[in-house]
Ligand binder design. Structure first.
Ligand SMILES: C[S@@+](CC[C@H](N)C(=O)[O-])C[C@H]1O[C@@H](n2cnc3c(N)ncnc32)[C@H](O)[C@@H]1O
Length: 283
């Protein structure tokens, strides 16, 4: 017969904080009790409900073994929404919100079309669709499994008008032209040691690495942009902090105009933009 008293939620948190980051522990305990994090503050001294201590211990062990919190809980916040994520999708990053802001700023004032190439969980496409119900949004990915997650996110967010299509970069667009192409493609160098460290070990390699210099996908995106943009339309691509000059050269070499790199909140090069010729005619 066990004489151990039921631990309080606070005691569980304190115990976990010796094994994993305290913020991660709070996310995982909220997940274990199936309540929002705020609830934990009001109920810190409550005894843990039946089964929670065991469930939480399993979650903490997974995190201690390196698994990202988002894959353990199955959700990640992005653009104020909750996105389902699985090991088939990249975990959306806060810096990608900069790409969303820029995409919104480069859409026509009314209507227009946007393609999010390599949509993963659907983060970029669905954030834009949420802000601009008047824009026709197409989201593509090479991974059918990732697209299934993105479609489920669209459904959950009430954005089922967003279209999804599977295929290699521009293939799903066929002869369709759009006003804005936005992409956060894989851009890490294939031999980068970070791929074997931390959370990156758990994310899909096809979402992360792109050839020896990390620029294979961006080369394809730059080369194909003019054939898939309306005159004066914009290509916006997220990339690594040290790739700005190389990406600008690729954009200029592909005949794009007004090429520039925007920085993220930490003042690092993050998104390069370029415009298809014909802006004057497009107005
Ligand atoms: C860095 S992840 C970005 C995911 C999502 N857009 C985000 O920002 O969270 C890159 C995405 O590109 C997709 N991808 C990789 N190669 C591709 C290809 N050849 N054609 C289309 N998508 C591709 C991956 O499956 C992955 O979902």
């Amino acid at each position: 017969m066990s004489t151990n008293p039921t631990p309080t939620l606070d005691a569980l948190l304190r115990g976990a904080a010796t094994r994993i980051d305290a913020t991660d522990a709070r996310w995982l305990l909220a997940h274990a009790v199936e309540r929002p994090q705020g609830w934990l503050y009001a109920h810190a001294r409550d005894p843990a409900p039946a089964g929670v201590a065991e469930r939480f211990d399993t979650l903490v062990a997974r995190r201690a073994a390196g698994e990202p919190v988002a894959y353990i809980t199955g959700v990640q916040g992005f653009w104020g929404c909750e996105f389902a994520v699985t090991p088939a999708t990249l975990i959306p990053r806060p810096e990608t919100e900069r790409l969303v802001e820029l995409a919104l700023a480069h859409l026509p004032a009314r209507g227009g079309r946007l393609a999010d190439l390599g949509t993963g969980s659907g983060a970029i496409a669905l954030a834009v669709a949420r802000e601009r119900p008047d824009v026709a949004v197409l989201a593509t990915d090479a991974s059918e499994v990732a697209l299934a997650v993105a479609r489920a996110n669209a459904q959950a967010l009430g954005l089922s008008r967003v279209r999804f299509a599977q295929g290699d970069w521009y293939a799903p667009l066929s002869d369709e032209r759009v006003d804005v192409i936005a992409s956060n493609p894989p851009y890490i160098e294939a031999a980068d040691p970070h791929l074997a460290q931390g959370d990156l070990r758990f994310e899909p390699p096809t979402a992360l690495a792109s050839g020896a210099d990390g620029l294979d996908a961006i080369r394809v995106l730059a080369q194909g942009a003019r054939a898939h943009l309306v005159p004066g339309g914009w290509l916006l691509v997220e990339h690594g902090w040290n790739q700005g000059a190389a990406v600008r050269a690729l954009f200029a070499g592909a005949g794009l105009r007004e090429v520039a790199t925007e920085r993220d909140l930490e003042a690092r090069d993050r998104v390069t933009l370029g415009r298809a010729p014909g802006a004057a005619e497009a107005g």
